[in-house]
Design a binder for this molecule. Structure first.
Ligand SMILES: Cc1cc2nc3c(=O)[nH]c(=O)nc-3n(C[C@H](O)[C@H](O)[C@H](O)COP(=O)(O)O)c2cc1C
Length: 475
């Protein structure tokens, strides 16, 4: 059964011991970020809970963080499947999207603040990298726009700087779905209607942070993930639809052909992202449920919630592309979280022909041009999640002269600080074009046997582990 809304999902997290309530009042301007960071640094990934800050000083609205990606198991609860089934679940949702069902009204319209009343300052928007970010940021907006021609919808998560009671700065990097819509409208000289959803059924959040083909309605893919149509209602001031059970929706327009300085912002790479000339959103209306919940994503230094959700969703859609669309013998893909789930990609294959490693690299780079600045292809005996195993393949299955491909003129990893000095603005072309390195770390000829004791001997020792004076059993 799909979740009806964020609230039902939070109940599920709590019942699974994966939600930690913070009942002491917290300051949104430093404490939410500091507590979230400390939780990520101090609690191991498998134990890490999502956080519910019940009382935020000076605000009526609680804040949740980590609810989609404090850990892989939380992500799986959101998707309602086992980790091993994540690629299949995404693949099926893309193959069989379910269009949303339009309702005439829904809980998100329990409170409607139109025009002058649409004042963002009642929302507990946290400040994240205190002393470096210029203002509070909404980090988990699910930003809905529509193509002005086809009306196909895009949902994407892009950072939003609070600039005034009814004004937001919106950074959408090049190559993103939402940006194409704004650029098309800009050519027509017209503003872009935008609906910013804060807090919703987890399926909406999961499509929002995942790269999906531009011709797909991402709310229909959310329906595919849920196995049931998502209920939507029409916005009050613009012609867009939003989830009927969303917590908060900010309706507005992106000004046509106008940009303003935005940022810097503590980014998913672990560094401050540079200032950018970004879009300006004029807020026209805010609608929200009674007693709404404000959702935030923790980004900054990986691992973070951002790198967790990016890695799982991106791996799933890339795997589907390589295996189902291109028919390549790929066993698995791993976008390392330490690389922000973007820069470093490892792919395993069951190789039957020498051209396959490079074919796989090209397939990955063409599907997701910004990912895999460093791409390593290994044989399927290598566990791609074990960095030691990957380094072993790199060490002894590679001849640099023959097995390394350098591809100049490729898309840069978004916000990669090695592209240009910090003072170079985000929109400078030097930040967009990069090169890639592909390393074929598969065996190219018959290799000697691996040098470890026979499997049956190791098995016997494991069975009798305590006999050797060790106290704990080993797996
Ligand atoms: C926490 C978080 C923050 C993000 N912030 C931005 C951002 O500010 N700008 C941007 O272009 N992409 C950002 N992304 C990445 C996009 O959400 C992601 O690439 C997504 O696929 C975009 O949707 P689209 O492919 O429909 O454009 C962010 C992702 C996460 C998880």
């Amino acid at each position: 059964m799909p979740y009806a809304d964020l609230r039902e999902f939070l109940n599920r997290l709590e019942a699974s011991g994966k939600l930690h309530r913070i009942t002491n009042p917290v300051d949104k301007d430093w404490e939410i970020a500091a507590v979230s960071r400390t939780v990520f640094e101090s609690i191991s990934e498998t134990q890490r809970p999502a956080l519910l800050f019940e009382r935020v000083k000076g605000f009526e609205i609680p804040v949740v963080a980590g609810v989609l990606g404090a850990s892989r198991s939380i992500y799986c609860l959101a998707l309602e499947c086992e980790l091993k089934d994540v690629p299949k679940k995404w693949g099926e949702a893309e193959l069989r999207p379910i269009p949303p069902r339009r309702l005439s009204d829904g809980p998100v319209h329990e409170n409607i603040l139109l025009g002058e009343k649409a004042d963002l300052t009642f929302l507990p928007i946290p400040t994240w990298t205190v002393g470096k970010d210029p203002a509070p940021y909404i980090t988990s907006g699910y930003i809905i726009t529509a193509d002005p021609g086809s009306r196909i919808r895009n949902v994407g998560t892009y950072r939003l700087q609070l600039k005034g009671p009814r004004k937001l700065g919106l950074f959408i990097n090049y190559l993103q779905g939402g940006r194409l819509h704004v650029e098309k409208n800009n050519k027509l000289g017209q503003p872009t209607p935008v609906a910013i959803v804060v807090g919703a059924d987890p399926a909406v959040g999961l499509v929002s942070v995942s790269r999906l083909p531009q011709d797909m309605d991402e709310l229909a893919v959310a329906g595919g993930l849920r196995g049931e149509a998502l209920d939507v209602v029409r916005c009050r001031s613009i012609d867009l639809e939003v989830p009927a059970t969303a917590e908060i929706v900010i309706e507005g327009v992106i000004r046509a052909n106008e940009l303003e300085s935005e940022g810097p912002f503590g980014e998913y790479t672990g560094y401050m992202g540079p200032k950018a000339m970004s879009y300006i959103v004029d807020v026209q209306c805010i609608t929200h449920r009674s007693r709404p919940i404000f959702q935030a994503f923790l980004s900054q230094m990986p691992p973070s919630e951002s790198s967790c959700i990016r890695s799982i969703g991106r791996e799933a859609t890339l795997y589907k592309h390589l295996v189902e669309d291109l028919g390549l013998p790929v066993g698995g893909v791993h976008l390392l979280e330490t690389s922000g789930a973007a820069a470093y990609l490892v792919i395993s294959i069951k190789k039957s022909h020498p051209v396959q490693p490079r074919t796989v690299m090209c397939g990955a780079w063409s599907f997701a041009p910004q990912f895999g600045k460093i791409t390593v292809v290994v044989d399927d005996d290598i566990d791609i999640r074990d960095i030691n195993a990957v380094n072993w393949a790199l060490s002894f299955r590679v001849q640099p002269e023959k097995d390394i491909v350098l591809m100049p003129g490729m898309a840069a990893v978004s916000l990669d600080p090695s592209q240009a000095p910090a003072e170079v603005p985000q929109e400078d072309m030097s930040r967009r074009v990069s090169s890639k390195i592909g390393i074929d770390a598969t065996r190219k000829h018959a290799f000697p046997d691996v040098a470890v004791p026979p499997g049956e001997h190791l098995e016997l020792v494991r069975k009798n582990w305590k006999k050797y004076g060790f106290r704990e059993n080993i797996i």
